[in-house]
Ligand binder design. Structure first.
Ligand code: VGL
Ligand code: ZN
Length: 202
C-alpha cells in the first residue's frame, strides 16, 4: 500500500472514450486491467466522469456548420469542437463495465455547465471555476497524485498540470493512459506537462 498522502486519480474511463464510443480513444479499454490492479495500492481512489448536457458548447453539433475536431474561439480561449459525447445519463457517459468503481471514495463529474468545457478534474476550461476536487484532497491530507486514464493529451494532461499549479506532486502513468493525439496533441501535451513539472512515468 502507498503512503496515506497518495491518491490515484482515474480520468474518464467511460464508454464514449473506449472503442465503439462516440469519441473513441485507440486502445482506451486496454488500460483497464492495469488501472483496476493499481486501485488496491492506493489509500484513496478518485474517479472522474465527463458529464455534458446535450446542448453543451463543446459539441460540434451545437455550432451551425462546424465539423467535429474543428476549433472555435470561446470567451475563455480556443476550444476543439468534439463529436457529441458523454451526455448526462447516456450509456456513453457510463464507466466502462470492466472498470472497478467499488474502490472509489469519490466520483467527480465535470463539464456539466452548458457554456464551458472542463478537461481538468480541478478547474473548468476558464481555469478558475473549481470542481471541488482540490478541497476534497486537501481535507484528506493528500499531497501526491498519480493520474491514469483517458485521454493523456486532454483531460489527463490538464488535470496533472493543474495539480502541479495547486502545489500537489503529480505523476502521469503513461502505460495506464491513452491519447486522442489530434494533430500532434500528444507530444505537445507531454512537453507542456514536463515543463510544468509533472513527472511522466511508464
Ligand atoms: C476529453 C475531449 C472532450 C477527455 C473529454 O476526457 O480527455 N477529451 N472531453
Ligand atoms: Zn468532454
Amino acid at each position: 500500500m502507498r503512503n496515506p498522502t497518495e491518491a490515484l486519480i482515474v480520468i474518464d474511463v467511460q464508454n464514449d472514450f473506449c472503442p465503439g464510443g462516440a469519441l473513441a480513444v485507440q486502445g482506451g479499454d486496454q488500460i483497464i486491467p492495469a488501472i483496476n490492479a493499481l486501485m488496491d495500492d492506493f489509500p484513496c481512489v478518485v474517479l472522474t466522469q465527463d458529464w455534458h448536457p446535450k446542448d453543451h458548447a463543446s459539441f460540434a453539433a451545437n455550432h451551425k456548420g462546424a465539423e467535429p475536431f474543428s476549433v472555435t474561439e470561446m470567451p475563455y480561449g480556443m476550444q476543439v469542437l468534439w463529436p457529441t459525447h458523454c451526455v448526462i445519463g447516456s450509456k456513453g457517459a457510463d464507466f466502462h463495465k470492466d472498470l472497478r468503481s467499488d474502490p472509489a471514495h469519490l466520483v467527480i463529474r465535470k463539464g456539466f455547465r452548458p457554456q464551458i468545457d472542463s478537461y481538468s478534474a480541478f478547474f473548468e476550461n476558464d481555469r478558475t471555476t473549481p470542481t471541488g476536487l482540490e478541497g476534497y484532497l486537501r481535507a484528506r491530507g493528500i499531497t501526491t497524485l498519480t493520474f491514469v486514464g483517458l485521454a493523456t493529451d486532454y483531460c489527463v494532461a490538464y488535470s496533472a498540470m493543474d495539480a502541479v499549479r495547486l502545489g500537489f506532486d503529480a505523476v502521469v502513468l503513461r502505460s495506464a493512459s491513452r491519447a486522442i493525439d489530434l494533430n500532434g496533441s500528444l507530444i505537445e501535451a507531454e512537453t507542456a506537462m514536463i515543463d510544468a513539472g509533472v513527472v511522466l512515468e511508464g
